[in-house]
Design a protein around this ligand. Structure first.
Ligand code: HEM
Length: 293
C-alpha cells in the first residue's frame, strides 16, 4: 500500500486541522504545488485537489467532479467547491498551528486560505451527539477496495476521491429530542450501539445502509467533530475509489429518491461541500505526475 497517502487508511488522529485554499488566477500554481510536495507527506498531512485546480493546470482527472446539487432534494445541501484541501493530522494543537502556517507560507502567492477548521476526536470516536461514528466502515482489504483507485495506471493507482462537508449541529434541538427519537434518527441505540431493526425509513443508517444500494455503496469515513466558539458539528470526510457511492448515499439522504429526508437534518445541516482527488504517493512524495508535475 505504499502508493496510498497513509493518512487515508490510518485511524482518525486525536487532533486535526483542515485547510481549504483557493487558487489565485494567473499565479504559478505548479511551483506552489511542488513546494507542497516537499511539506506534505500524505500521512501527517493528506492532500486533495479540486477539479478547478486540475483544470487550471491544463489537465483532467477522470471521475473528479464538482460537488453535486440534487435537484429533487427536499432539504438544503451546500456545494462550495474549493481548489485545494489539506488535512493536517496530529496530537498537538500547537504543532498543527505551526505546520499549517508553514504550508500557508509555502502556498502563498498562488493560493489564499478560504477556511481553517480545527477538529478533534471525541471519546473513542463519537460524534458530538454521543453516537459511535465509523462502526460500519470497511476494514483491511475491504477498506482499500472501497477507497483506493486501482487498474488506472501509474500516477492514478493509489489515489482516492474524497467528499468533505462541514455539518453544523443544533445541539439544543438534538438535546430536546427524547432518547427514543434520537435513537430513531440515527437508527442505532446510543447506549450500546445496537442497530434498530424497526427504525423508521428516515433513520440515518437506514438511508445509508451500504449494502442496500445497487451496486453496493461502500465508503471509508474518516469524519471528526469540530468546534469553534459556540458552534460545533461534524467534519464529514468520506474516501472512495470514485464519488459514486457517496453520491448515491447523499441522494437518498436528501430525499431525492422517495421524498424522505434523513432524520439527521432535524438537528444538523451541511454548510459546505466539496470534492477532491487525493493523489497517490511515489516513494515518500505525493505523486503529481498525472497533472504534469
Ligand atoms: C452530521 C452528519 C453525520 C453524522 C452525525 C453521521 C453519523 C453516523 C452514525 C452515528 C452512524 C452509525 C455508525 C456507523 O456505522 O458509523 C453513521 C453511519 C453511516 N453514515 Fe453517517 N453521519 C453523518 C453524515 C453522513 C453523510 C453525509 C453520509 C454520506 C453521504 C453518511 C454515510 C454513512 C454511512 C455509509 C454509514 C454506514 C451505514 C451502514 O452501512 O450501516 N453519513 N453515520
Amino acid at each position: 500500500m505504499n502508493d496510498v497517502q497513509p493518512g487515508i487508511l490510518a485511524p482518525v488522529p486525536r487532533l486535526a486541522r483542515y485547510l481549504f485554499l483557493v487558487a489565485i488566477p494567473d499565479a504559478d500554481l505548479g511551483a506552489a504545488l511542488s513546494a507542497l510536495q516537499g511539506l506534505a507527506d500524505g500521512d501527517q498531512t493528506v492532500v486533495g485537489l479540486g477539479r478547478s485546480l486540475v483544470l487550471a493546470l491544463g489537465h483532467e482527472i477522470e471521475g473528479l467532479a464538482t460537488f453535486p446539487h440534487h435537484a429533487e432534494a427536499t432539504v438544503e445541501v451546500a456545494s462550495t467547491p474549493v481548489s485545494l484541501w489539506c488535512w493536517l493530522r496530529g496530537n498537538d494543537r500547537g504543532e498543527l498551528v505551526h505546520r499549517s502556517r508553514q504550508m500557508e507560507k509555502a502556498l502563498s502567492g498562488a493560493f489564499s486560505v478560504y477556511q481553517t477548521i480545527d477538529a478533534f476526536r471525541h471519546q473513542s470516536g463519537r460524534d458530538l451527539t454521543g453516537y459511535e461514528d465509523g462502526t460500519e466502515n470497511p476494514k483491511g482489504e475491504a477498506a482499500i477496495q472501497a477507497a483506493i483507485v486501482r487498474a488506472q495506471g501509474s500516477g492514478f493507482d493509489g489515489a482516492s476521491f474524497v467528499a468533505v462537508q462541514q455539518w453544523i449541529h443544533d445541539l439544543d434541538a438534538f438535546e430536546a429530542m427524547t432518547d427514543e427519537s434520537q435513537d430513531n434518527a440515527i437508527g442505532r441505540r446510543k447506549s450500546d450501539n445496537e442497530e434498530l431493526d424497526d427504525a423508521p425509513a428516515s433513520a440515518h443508517v437506514k438511508r445509508t445502509a451500504q449494502e442496500s444500494f445497487n451496486p453496493e455503496a461502500f465508503v471509508l469515513r474518516r469524519s471528526m467533530p469540530w468546534a469553534d466558539g459556540a458552534a460545533a458539528g461534524l467534519m464529514f470526510v468520506a474516501f472512495g475509489k470514485s464519488f459514486a457511492a457517496f453520491d448515491a448515499q447523499l441522494r437518498r439522504m436528501v430525499g431525492a429518491e422517495d421524498g424522505i429526508a434523513d432524520a439527521l437534518f432535524r438537528f444538523t445541516r451541511p454548510v459546505s461541500g466539496a470534492y477532491f482527488w487525493c493523489p497517490p504517493m511515489k516513494g515518500r512524495r505525493i505523486d503529481l505526475s498525472a497533472i504534469g508535475l
